[in-house]
Write a protein that binds this ligand. Structure first.
Ligand SMILES: NC(=O)c1ccc[n+]([C@@H]2O[C@H](COP(=O)([O-])OP(=O)(O)OC[C@H]3O[C@@H](n4cnc5c(N)ncnc54)[C@H](OP(=O)(O)O)[C@@H]3O)[C@@H](O)[C@H]2O)c1
Length: 275
Protein backbone atom coordinates (compact mmCIF):
# COMPACT_ATOMS: atom_id res chain seq x y z
CA UNK A 1 0.00 0.00 0.00
CA UNK A 2 1.35 3.40 -0.98
CA UNK A 3 0.69 6.51 1.15
CA UNK A 4 -0.18 9.52 -1.01
CA UNK A 5 1.09 13.03 -0.40
CA UNK A 6 -0.96 15.62 -2.27
CA UNK A 7 1.31 18.63 -1.91
CA UNK A 8 0.30 21.93 -3.51
CA UNK A 9 2.85 21.30 -6.29
CA UNK A 10 1.26 17.92 -7.04
CA UNK A 11 -2.22 19.38 -7.11
CA UNK A 12 -1.20 22.30 -9.34
CA UNK A 13 0.41 19.80 -11.71
CA UNK A 14 -2.73 17.65 -11.81
CA UNK A 15 -4.93 20.67 -12.57
CA UNK A 16 -2.52 21.60 -15.39
CA UNK A 17 -2.67 18.02 -16.72
CA UNK A 18 -6.47 18.27 -16.68
CA UNK A 19 -6.18 21.44 -18.77
CA UNK A 20 -3.84 19.66 -21.20
CA UNK A 21 -0.97 22.04 -20.47
CA UNK A 22 1.31 19.64 -18.62
CA UNK A 23 2.29 16.00 -18.25
CA UNK A 24 2.40 13.75 -15.20
CA UNK A 25 5.80 12.21 -15.88
CA UNK A 26 8.36 15.03 -15.59
CA UNK A 27 9.65 16.41 -12.33
CA UNK A 28 11.40 15.21 -9.20
CA UNK A 29 8.84 13.89 -6.79
CA UNK A 30 8.94 12.21 -3.39
CA UNK A 31 7.49 8.66 -3.20
CA UNK A 32 4.26 10.05 -1.66
CA UNK A 33 3.92 12.66 -4.40
CA UNK A 34 4.61 9.98 -7.03
CA UNK A 35 1.85 7.84 -5.53
CA UNK A 36 -0.58 10.79 -5.64
CA UNK A 37 0.24 11.36 -9.31
CA UNK A 38 -0.27 7.65 -10.02
CA UNK A 39 -3.68 7.69 -8.29
CA UNK A 40 -5.06 10.89 -9.82
CA UNK A 41 -3.06 11.12 -13.06
CA UNK A 42 -5.25 8.70 -15.07
CA UNK A 43 -8.31 10.83 -14.20
CA UNK A 44 -6.62 14.14 -14.96
CA UNK A 45 -5.27 13.04 -18.34
CA UNK A 46 -7.47 13.79 -21.34
CA UNK A 47 -5.32 11.90 -23.88
CA UNK A 48 -6.62 8.53 -22.67
CA UNK A 49 -10.13 8.98 -24.10
CA UNK A 50 -13.42 8.97 -22.20
CA UNK A 51 -13.30 7.81 -18.59
CA UNK A 52 -16.14 6.55 -16.42
CA UNK A 53 -15.05 6.13 -12.83
CA UNK A 54 -17.20 5.13 -9.88
CA UNK A 55 -16.22 5.91 -6.32
CA UNK A 56 -17.88 4.64 -3.20
CA UNK A 57 -16.99 5.27 0.43
CA UNK A 58 -17.78 2.39 2.74
CA UNK A 59 -17.22 1.04 6.25
CA UNK A 60 -15.11 -2.00 7.17
CA UNK A 61 -18.33 -4.04 7.16
CA UNK A 62 -19.28 -2.94 3.67
CA UNK A 63 -21.98 -0.33 4.48
CA UNK A 64 -22.44 3.04 2.82
CA UNK A 65 -25.07 4.36 5.24
CA UNK A 66 -26.75 3.50 8.55
CA UNK A 67 -30.22 1.93 8.84
CA UNK A 68 -31.70 5.45 8.84
CA UNK A 69 -29.74 6.42 5.70
CA UNK A 70 -27.17 8.57 7.52
CA UNK A 71 -24.13 8.57 5.22
CA UNK A 72 -22.49 11.92 5.85
CA UNK A 73 -19.53 10.71 7.90
CA UNK A 74 -18.89 7.23 6.51
CA UNK A 75 -15.70 8.54 4.93
CA UNK A 76 -13.06 10.10 7.16
CA UNK A 77 -11.65 13.60 6.49
CA UNK A 78 -9.04 12.35 4.02
CA UNK A 79 -11.62 10.22 2.23
CA UNK A 80 -13.76 13.34 1.79
CA UNK A 81 -10.81 15.37 0.53
CA UNK A 82 -10.14 12.55 -1.95
CA UNK A 83 -13.74 12.71 -3.17
CA UNK A 84 -13.49 16.47 -3.74
CA UNK A 85 -10.25 15.99 -5.69
CA UNK A 86 -11.98 13.43 -7.88
CA UNK A 87 -14.83 15.89 -8.50
CA UNK A 88 -12.33 18.56 -9.51
CA UNK A 89 -10.69 16.26 -12.07
CA UNK A 90 -13.78 15.03 -13.94
CA UNK A 91 -16.19 16.83 -16.29
CA UNK A 92 -19.35 15.56 -14.59
CA UNK A 93 -20.53 13.81 -11.41
CA UNK A 94 -23.63 11.59 -11.52
CA UNK A 95 -25.79 10.27 -8.68
CA UNK A 96 -29.00 8.25 -8.39
CA UNK A 97 -32.09 10.08 -7.20
CA UNK A 98 -32.18 8.18 -3.89
CA UNK A 99 -28.84 9.74 -2.94
CA UNK A 100 -30.07 13.16 -4.08
CA UNK A 101 -33.16 12.79 -1.86
CA UNK A 102 -31.44 11.23 1.21
CA UNK A 103 -28.21 13.21 1.36
CA UNK A 104 -29.18 16.44 -0.46
CA UNK A 105 -25.55 16.74 -1.67
CA UNK A 106 -24.24 19.81 -3.49
CA UNK A 107 -21.60 17.88 -5.50
CA UNK A 108 -19.36 20.94 -5.55
CA UNK A 109 -15.59 21.16 -5.02
CA UNK A 110 -14.94 22.69 -1.59
CA UNK A 111 -12.05 20.81 -0.02
CA UNK A 112 -9.47 21.54 -2.70
CA UNK A 113 -8.82 24.03 -5.44
CA UNK A 114 -10.63 23.28 -8.70
CA UNK A 115 -13.67 23.74 -10.89
CA UNK A 116 -17.11 22.46 -10.01
CA UNK A 117 -18.08 19.58 -12.34
CA UNK A 118 -21.41 19.32 -14.13
CA UNK A 119 -23.94 17.71 -11.77
CA UNK A 120 -26.10 14.89 -13.07
CA UNK A 121 -29.04 13.20 -11.33
CA UNK A 122 -30.57 9.99 -12.67
CA UNK A 123 -34.23 10.49 -11.81
CA UNK A 124 -36.35 8.31 -14.13
CA UNK A 125 -39.69 9.07 -12.48
CA UNK A 126 -39.21 12.79 -11.78
CA UNK A 127 -38.98 12.56 -7.97
CA UNK A 128 -36.31 15.21 -7.38
CA UNK A 129 -37.80 18.49 -6.08
CA UNK A 130 -36.98 21.69 -7.96
CA UNK A 131 -35.33 23.22 -4.88
CA UNK A 132 -32.85 20.34 -4.39
CA UNK A 133 -29.36 21.76 -3.63
CA UNK A 134 -27.89 19.78 -6.53
CA UNK A 135 -30.02 21.84 -8.97
CA UNK A 136 -29.00 25.22 -7.51
CA UNK A 137 -27.72 27.66 -10.15
CA UNK A 138 -24.04 28.40 -9.43
CA UNK A 139 -22.50 28.43 -12.89
CA UNK A 140 -21.99 24.64 -13.15
CA UNK A 141 -24.08 22.64 -15.57
CA UNK A 142 -27.01 20.79 -14.02
CA UNK A 143 -28.45 17.80 -15.87
CA UNK A 144 -31.34 15.48 -15.06
CA UNK A 145 -31.70 12.13 -16.83
CA UNK A 146 -35.36 11.15 -16.79
CA UNK A 147 -38.05 9.10 -18.50
CA UNK A 148 -40.93 11.48 -17.78
CA UNK A 149 -42.04 14.82 -19.24
CA UNK A 150 -41.60 16.60 -15.93
CA UNK A 151 -40.41 20.17 -16.56
CA UNK A 152 -37.32 21.30 -14.63
CA UNK A 153 -36.22 24.73 -13.42
CA UNK A 154 -34.75 27.13 -15.95
CA UNK A 155 -31.15 26.34 -16.85
CA UNK A 156 -31.41 22.66 -15.91
CA UNK A 157 -30.70 20.45 -18.93
CA UNK A 158 -32.98 17.45 -19.40
CA UNK A 159 -31.91 14.21 -21.05
CA UNK A 160 -35.01 12.21 -21.82
CA UNK A 161 -34.50 8.48 -22.30
CA UNK A 162 -36.87 5.55 -22.77
CA UNK A 163 -37.34 2.94 -20.05
CA UNK A 164 -36.13 -0.51 -21.11
CA UNK A 165 -37.73 -3.15 -18.93
CA UNK A 166 -37.81 -1.31 -15.59
CA UNK A 167 -34.63 0.64 -16.18
CA UNK A 168 -32.89 3.32 -18.13
CA UNK A 169 -30.12 1.65 -20.07
CA UNK A 170 -26.80 2.70 -18.43
CA UNK A 171 -25.15 2.60 -21.86
CA UNK A 172 -27.72 5.07 -23.23
CA UNK A 173 -27.20 7.30 -20.19
CA UNK A 174 -23.46 7.36 -20.78
CA UNK A 175 -23.81 7.92 -24.53
CA UNK A 176 -26.14 10.87 -23.88
CA UNK A 177 -23.68 12.38 -21.39
CA UNK A 178 -20.81 12.03 -23.87
CA UNK A 179 -23.05 13.62 -26.52
CA UNK A 180 -23.58 16.48 -24.06
CA UNK A 181 -19.81 17.01 -24.02
CA UNK A 182 -18.88 15.20 -20.79
CA UNK A 183 -15.89 13.02 -21.54
CA UNK A 184 -14.96 12.03 -18.01
CA UNK A 185 -17.76 11.16 -15.64
CA UNK A 186 -17.69 10.04 -12.00
CA UNK A 187 -20.60 7.96 -10.72
CA UNK A 188 -20.66 9.00 -7.07
CA UNK A 189 -23.40 6.70 -5.81
CA UNK A 190 -25.30 5.25 -4.38
CA UNK A 191 -24.70 1.53 -4.51
CA UNK A 192 -27.68 0.83 -6.80
CA UNK A 193 -26.58 3.27 -9.47
CA UNK A 194 -22.91 2.26 -9.42
CA UNK A 195 -23.79 -1.45 -9.53
CA UNK A 196 -25.84 -0.97 -12.70
CA UNK A 197 -22.95 0.72 -14.51
CA UNK A 198 -20.55 -1.91 -13.17
CA UNK A 199 -22.68 -4.86 -14.25
CA UNK A 200 -23.15 -3.32 -17.69
CA UNK A 201 -19.35 -3.31 -18.06
CA UNK A 202 -19.26 0.46 -18.51
CA UNK A 203 -16.82 1.48 -15.78
CA UNK A 204 -13.24 2.28 -16.70
CA UNK A 205 -12.24 2.41 -13.03
CA UNK A 206 -13.83 1.63 -9.69
CA UNK A 207 -12.56 3.20 -6.50
CA UNK A 208 -13.65 1.73 -3.19
CA UNK A 209 -12.59 3.91 -0.26
CA UNK A 210 -12.73 2.05 3.05
CA UNK A 211 -12.98 3.91 6.35
CA UNK A 212 -12.11 2.19 9.63
CA UNK A 213 -15.56 2.06 11.21
CA UNK A 214 -18.16 -0.69 11.73
CA UNK A 215 -21.77 0.33 11.21
CA UNK A 216 -23.37 -3.05 11.92
CA UNK A 217 -26.30 -2.82 9.51
CA UNK A 218 -27.68 -0.46 6.91
CA UNK A 219 -27.32 0.22 3.20
CA UNK A 220 -24.99 -2.28 1.53
CA UNK A 221 -22.22 -1.04 -0.68
CA UNK A 222 -22.16 -2.58 -4.17
CA UNK A 223 -24.83 -5.20 -4.85
CA UNK A 224 -24.94 -6.52 -8.39
CA UNK A 225 -28.39 -7.26 -9.85
CA UNK A 226 -27.03 -10.56 -11.24
CA UNK A 227 -24.39 -11.72 -8.76
CA UNK A 228 -21.88 -14.40 -9.59
CA UNK A 229 -22.53 -17.83 -8.06
CA UNK A 230 -19.00 -19.15 -8.20
CA UNK A 231 -15.93 -17.37 -6.88
CA UNK A 232 -14.09 -18.45 -10.01
CA UNK A 233 -16.44 -16.12 -11.94
CA UNK A 234 -15.90 -13.15 -9.60
CA UNK A 235 -14.49 -9.94 -11.04
CA UNK A 236 -10.83 -9.68 -10.05
CA UNK A 237 -9.72 -6.30 -11.39
CA UNK A 238 -6.12 -5.13 -11.45
CA UNK A 239 -6.02 -3.14 -8.22
CA UNK A 240 -3.65 -0.66 -6.57
CA UNK A 241 -4.07 0.26 -2.93
CA UNK A 242 -3.32 3.70 -1.50
CA UNK A 243 -3.40 5.10 2.00
CA UNK A 244 -5.24 8.42 1.96
CA UNK A 245 -4.51 8.97 5.68
CA UNK A 246 -7.78 8.38 7.52
CA UNK A 247 -9.06 5.98 4.80
CA UNK A 248 -7.67 3.43 2.34
CA UNK A 249 -8.66 3.41 -1.33
CA UNK A 250 -8.71 0.40 -3.64
CA UNK A 251 -8.25 1.73 -7.18
CA UNK A 252 -9.45 -0.92 -9.63
CA UNK A 253 -8.67 -0.72 -13.34
CA UNK A 254 -11.58 -2.35 -15.15
CA UNK A 255 -10.68 -1.71 -18.79
CA UNK A 256 -7.49 -2.35 -20.78
CA UNK A 257 -7.04 1.44 -21.17
CA UNK A 258 -7.32 1.87 -17.41
CA UNK A 259 -4.80 -0.91 -16.85
CA UNK A 260 -2.35 0.73 -19.25
CA UNK A 261 -2.88 4.09 -17.52
CA UNK A 262 -2.07 2.46 -14.17
CA UNK A 263 1.46 1.62 -15.28
CA UNK A 264 4.26 3.63 -13.66
CA UNK A 265 3.95 7.19 -14.98
CA UNK A 266 7.32 7.35 -16.72
CA UNK A 267 6.32 4.26 -18.78
CA UNK A 268 2.89 5.60 -19.79
CA UNK A 269 2.54 7.19 -23.22
CA UNK A 270 1.83 10.91 -23.07
CA UNK A 271 0.51 13.07 -25.90
CA UNK A 272 1.41 16.33 -24.16
CA UNK A 273 4.93 17.06 -23.03
CA UNK A 274 6.69 19.70 -20.97
CA UNK A 275 5.52 21.19 -17.70
N1 LIG B 1 -20.95 6.29 1.29
C1 LIG B 1 -21.07 6.67 0.03
O1 LIG B 1 -20.08 6.77 -0.71
C2 LIG B 1 -22.43 7.00 -0.49
C3 LIG B 1 -22.54 7.62 -1.73
C4 LIG B 1 -23.80 7.88 -2.23
C5 LIG B 1 -24.93 7.50 -1.50
N2 LIG B 1 -24.81 6.92 -0.29
C6 LIG B 1 -26.00 6.47 0.46
O2 LIG B 1 -26.64 5.49 -0.33
C7 LIG B 1 -28.05 5.60 -0.19
C8 LIG B 1 -28.67 5.81 -1.55
O3 LIG B 1 -28.11 4.90 -2.48
P1 LIG B 1 -28.99 3.80 -3.21
O4 LIG B 1 -28.04 2.78 -3.70
O5 LIG B 1 -30.11 3.37 -2.32
O6 LIG B 1 -29.67 4.61 -4.40
P2 LIG B 1 -29.03 5.53 -5.54
O7 LIG B 1 -28.07 4.73 -6.32
O8 LIG B 1 -28.62 6.81 -5.00
O9 LIG B 1 -30.34 5.83 -6.42
C9 LIG B 1 -30.99 4.73 -7.05
C10 LIG B 1 -32.17 5.27 -7.84
O10 LIG B 1 -31.74 6.08 -8.92
C11 LIG B 1 -32.50 5.79 -10.08
N3 LIG B 1 -31.66 5.08 -11.03
C12 LIG B 1 -30.30 4.96 -10.99
N4 LIG B 1 -29.86 4.29 -12.07
C13 LIG B 1 -30.95 3.97 -12.80
C14 LIG B 1 -31.16 3.28 -14.02
N5 LIG B 1 -30.16 2.75 -14.73
N6 LIG B 1 -32.44 3.12 -14.46
C15 LIG B 1 -33.48 3.63 -13.79
N7 LIG B 1 -33.35 4.29 -12.60
C16 LIG B 1 -32.10 4.46 -12.14
C17 LIG B 1 -33.66 4.92 -9.60
O11 LIG B 1 -34.66 5.86 -9.17
P3 LIG B 1 -36.17 5.46 -8.74
O12 LIG B 1 -36.03 4.94 -7.34
O13 LIG B 1 -36.94 6.72 -8.81
O14 LIG B 1 -36.63 4.41 -9.71
C18 LIG B 1 -32.99 4.17 -8.46
O15 LIG B 1 -33.86 3.57 -7.52
C19 LIG B 1 -28.31 6.75 0.74
O16 LIG B 1 -28.49 6.22 2.05
C20 LIG B 1 -27.04 7.54 0.65
O17 LIG B 1 -26.83 8.24 1.84
C21 LIG B 1 -23.58 6.66 0.23
Amino acid sequence: MQPIDVTSQVWERLLAVRQGTSCTCCGGWTPGEDAALALYGPLARRDLGPVTVAQIGQSLDGRIATVTGDARDVSGPDGLAHLHRMRALVDGVAIGVRTALHDTPRLTVRLCQGRNPARIVIDPRGRLPDDAPVLRADGARRIVVQATDRPRPEGVEVIRLPVRGDLLDPQEILAALREAGLSSVMIEGGGITISRFLEAGLLTRLQVAVAPLLIGAGQQSLTMPSPTESLSDALRPETRVYSLGSDVVFDCALSPTAQAASRPLHDAPQSVSGS
